[in-house]
Design a protein around this ligand. Structure first.
Ligand SMILES: *Cc1c(COP(=O)(O)O)cnc(C)c1O
Length: 404
């Protein structure tokens, strides 16, 4: 008789977005005359920029002719894309990353879930709390997290690093020493980030204790402050302790197109074993390359026209973020984030729980957001609004909130 991977049985149901959808559906069927504005889910809404669409069209046409047809892509990505990535995301920022240290993939969610495969089952992970759920869940599936306590909503073998207003959303070095540290900066869900010198302290810490940092830079394009690192490799010593994950989803609207990459420096070793070689082996065995058409689209992200158009797109969302932030502050809320990330993280008023505030906002303002407690116990008492809506809807939502 076969057996299943019992670790999957340990996973608590992920009810966050389905509960939100159910509550919104129930409210709207009871109140069909109300128009609901959704500032909840972290998906982009602006269309793909023209320079990218043009590149995709061209690549589609190439696929229709024998002379320019492309079959399987190289496992680790086309040279044209890896070069564009290295030149623009690394060399231009003074980071010494080479094209053969870039592994092109179908997105950062898969990479952040898959990367744990090359590490021992006995490693102890540390995560920020609140957190992007993939880091923890993928480690649960691998049997690395111990047992789940529904009361505390915590795993016995995970080190949690609370990020709250009390510590300015800057994770502190944990008391117990972790082996793998997940950092997402700028952060989803809190919309906050840390300075380059604070990140340098984490790099120094990881090198000192022999931990690896899994650095999720999905929101890098939204950084507006000059003292924030665009890559962890801007920090000295990061090449020997950090893996960086990047995505084209939030900077270029590729949530439905699918493209990302992971950087594993050759200098990253564990007892002489190269993690670069291990990830190359894993990638080559289990992944057959991101589509040619999509990699051409990715290349266009770095073209002059592409860069200009995407700068406008990011500015559009960040104008929404500023609108939400200023509007909420005016209405008396305590607000965080929204400066280097498209998320606003607000303190719920009057000691409301995250879900109480969700219901209050849905019923009284017809605005949908995301309860902070859905991202971890330290998210309780907070609430996330996203800047990914249209400007018109964002303004309208804030008018409603101000009038409460
Ligand atoms: C949106 C997001 C990603 C991007 O995932 P893709 O699979 O590339 O779309 C990665 N990490 C975080 C924290 C995100 O919010």
């Amino acid at each position: 008789m076969f057996q299943i991977n019992e670790n999957y049985q340990k996973l608590p149901g992920s009810y966050l977005f389905s509960t939100i959808a159910k509550k919104v559906a129930a409210y709207s069927s009871a109140n069909p005359d109300k128009s609901i504005i959704r500032l909840g889910i972290g998906d982009v809404t602006q269309p793909i920029a023209p320079a990218i669409i043009e590149a995709m069209h061209k690549a589609v046409d190439e696929m229709g002719h024998a002379e320019t047809f492309h079959g399987y892509a190289p496992d680790l990505g086309y040279e044209f894309l890896r070069k564009a990535i290295v030149e623009n995301d690394y060399k231009a920022r003074g980071c010494e990353i080479e094209a053969d240290e870039i592994f092109v993939s179908d997105g950062a969610k898969s990479d952040s879930g898959n990367i744990q495969e090359i590490f021992s089952e006995n490693n102890r992970i540390a995560v920020c709390d609140p957190v992007y759920p993939v880091y923890v869940d993928s480690n649960v599936m691998a049997g690395r997290t111990g047992t789940y306590d529904p009361k505390t909503e915590m795993w016995s073998n995970v080190i949690y690093m609370p990020c709250t207003a009390e510590n300015n959303f800057v994770p502190e070095f944990p008391k117990e020493t972790p082996d793998m540290i997940y950092l997402c900066l700028p952060n989803n869900p809190t919309g906050t980030t840390i300075t380059k010198s604070q990140l340098q302290e984490w790099v120094d810490y990881a090198n000192k204790v022999g931990a690896v940092i899994i650095y999720d830079g999905a929101y890098e394009a939204y950084i507006s402050e000059s003292d924030v690192a665009h890559s962890i490799y801007e920090c000295k010593g990061a090449q020997t302790c950090a893996i960086e994950l990047k995505s084209f989803s939030k900077n270029a609207g590729f949530t439905g197109v699918r493209l990302g990459y992971t950087v594993v420096p050759k200098a990253l070793k564990c007892n002489g074993v190269s993690l670069h070689d291990m990830w190359a082996r894993r990638h080559g065995t289990k992944f057959n390359g991101a589509p040619y058409i999509v990699q051409r689209a990715g290349e266009a992200v770095y073209s002059e026209a592409g860069k200009a158009q995407l700068k406008d797109q990011v500015a559009y969302y960040m104008k929404n973020a500023a609108t939400i932030k200023a509007g909420l502050q005016k209405a008396g809320y305590t607000v965080f984030g929204g400066v280097n990330a498209p998320y606003i993280w607000l303190k719920t008023p009057d000691q409301m729980t995250s879900w109480e505030f969700f219901d209050y906002l849905l019923e009284n303002a017809n605005v949908v957001g995301t309860p902070g407690s859905g991202f971890g116990p330290s998210g309780e008492g907070y609430f996330r609004l996203t800047a990914f809506g249209s400007y018109e809807n964002t303004v309208a939502a804030l008018e409603r909130i101000k009038n409460l």
